[in-house]
Design a protein around this ligand. Structure first.
Ligand SMILES: NC(=O)c1ccc[n+]([C@@H]2O[C@H](COP(=O)([O-])OP(=O)(O)OC[C@H]3O[C@@H](n4cnc5c(N)ncnc54)[C@H](OP(=O)(O)O)[C@@H]3O)[C@@H](O)[C@H]2O)c1
Length: 280
């Protein structure tokens, strides 16, 4: 497998970076010797090195980039421009650049990197830490099929992945990037409903979290539209339809549709503001 020989550097082994390191090692995308990471602080570098048994340095971005075939930019969006500028003169056309930074368009990264190289932009979400992430990826025209396979393999190791046109990244950010927060609110409210009706905290939590997990799994495994599955749970004159009537009265679906629409517009505005601020 040629992928096993790929050298990968993760610049910024924070929440996302560390989750990807775990996935990369678990799925065997590359070996420990071929994986390096950087952080800002010494203490965190030690912690990540111990956790994954890989070489991690505080700073050391230049050495990591020189070593790597694939450079993953997992620092915060505000830090990314200075990190890319720091390593710019080392970037090679035969390397791949993969940015996880929200709101930073590929064209902007290309401009800062000033190198004719494949550039990928990914929007993962936080469940990558439990290998159940949802990631959307875009790339520039310099990315080959083999480059795409490599990047896809990394995100498949921590969940599901799909390729999208970059213009859809704001909608992706609003749907799956921020989506876990919406579902946490649903779980939180279902737990509260159980508590209100006298169930213990432990039982309410266990039942609510598994209900969300199980319902999502059923959507995936049956391939049925959620409305069909919902209809299957309804008995005429029964308990579920009484609850659904209440949810419809309060506009649950309209609320979620509006949330994704508002978040998409917010993300578009943020992207525009970033381009104005960092664009040359
Ligand atoms: N978290 C999410 O849900 C999510 C979702 C989608 C996309 N993203 C994107 O993923 C990226 C990382 O987010 P995160 O949540 O993982 O952030 P994070 O936990 O704060 O991680 C950032 C990491 O960057 C390191 N760092 C800072 N400056 C550095 C430098 N100059 N050189 C090397 N490393 C440096 C930090 O080191 P120290 O730990 O030593 O300070 C930290 O480990 C962001 O661009 C974000 O937009 C995140």
């Amino acid at each position: 497998m040629p992928e096993l020989k790929k050298k990968i550097a993760v610049l910024g082994a924070g929440n996302m970076g560390a989750a990807l390191i775990g996935g990369i090692l678990k799925a065997g995308v590359t070996s420990r010797e071929h994986l390096r990471a950087t952080t800002r602080s010494e203490a965190h570098a030690r912690e990540v090195a111990e956790r994954f048994s890989i070489r991690v340095t505080a700073g050391g971005n230049r050495a990591a980039v020189e070593f790597a075939d694939l450079v993953i930019l997992a620092v915060k969006p505000t830090t990314l421009p200075s990190v890319v500028e720091e390593v710019r003169d080392l970037l090679r056309e035969d390397q791949i650049l993969l940015s996880l930074a929200a709101s930073l368009p590929i064209a902007l990264i290309e401009r800062i990197a000033a190198a004719n190289m494949p550039v990928f932009r990914a929007m993962p979400n936080i469940p990558v830490v439990v290998e159940e992430g949802a990631t959307a990826v875009s790339c520039n025209s310099r990315a080959s099929a083999a480059d795409r396979d490599l990047v896809e393999g990394i995100f498949r190791a921590v969940g599901v992945v799909c390729f999208v046109d970059e213009e859809n990244m704001d909608a992706v950010t609003a749907l799956s990037g921020s989506g876990p927060a919406y579902i946490y609110m649903v779980i939180e409210a279902m737990i509260a409903g159980g508590l209100k009706m006298g169930l213990s905290r432990e039982i309410s939590t266990k039942l609510a979290e598994q209900t969300v997990l199980g319902a999502a799994k059923l959507v995936r495994e049956t391939g049925l539209h959620p409305a069909v599955l919902r209809d299957q749970v309804i008995t005429p004159g029964g308990v579920t339809i009484a609850a659904i009537h209440e949810l419809e009265r309060h506009g649950l679906r309209a609320m979620l549709i509006s949330a994704v629409e508002t978040a998409t517009n917010h993300s578009r505005n943020k992207t525009r503001a970033v381009i104005e601020k960092l664009g040359h």
